[in-house]
Design a protein. Structure first.
Length: 173
């Protein structure tokens, strides 16, 4: 009888151990599944600047994955009438573009085939200040996808704000 009672205690203790073991495995698998938080950003650089009417300057669109590597990104871009795009130069992301940015439409959809990046420049716009006032290079509908599991990395989209002042030294309005 004591033998059977001993077996029952072992069975109960094993059941408790097994239950805790399974709960521990489940906890670890859930916590490993959420391996990183979204800290990625698509940025217009510089974020703000004041230029005189007629001046040219560069505006970059950059991606920072926030730590993890990415292999796909997109953003819809709009340009203000205060800025005239003189040229668009593709950057160092190595994207195969599904939607290629142009001088008239700076939107893009790109994937890096067979590789990834942690940070890069999508393109550089050379712009000319053509009207006084404030012009905004706006990015929207943006996304950055991790190269492992296609998880969303985007947490920040920063557009650019550009003040175009009257050049009083040259008499240009």
């Amino acid at each position: 009888f004591q033998f059977l009672q001993g077996l029952m205690e072992i069975k109960i203790n094993f059941s408790k151990f097994f239950a805790y073991f399974v709960m521990g495995i489940l906890f670890l698998s859930v916590s490993w599944n959420v391996a990183f938080a979204a800290n990625g950003a698509i940025l217009v650089v510089p974020a703000s600047v004041t230029k005189n009417y007629g001046q040219e300057f560069n505006v970059d669109v950059k991606i920072d994955g926030g730590g993890p590597a990415f292999n796909a990104a997109k953003a819809t871009g709009t340009l203000p009438s205060e800025l005239a795009v003189q040229s668009l130069t593709l950057g160092d992301c190595g994207f195969a573009f599904v939607g290629t940015p142009t001088q008239t439409d700076p939107s893009f959809i790109g994937v890096i085939l067979g590789g990834s990046s942690k940070a890069c420049t999508v393109y550089t716009l050379k712009v000319k200040a053509q009207k006084t006032g404030t012009g905004y290079v706006v990015l929207s509908d943006a996304s950055i996808k991790s190269s492992k599991g296609a998880k969303e990395l985007l947490s920040t989209v920063r557009s650019g704000s550009y003040t175009i002042a009257q050049d009083t030294s040259s008499g240009i309005n």
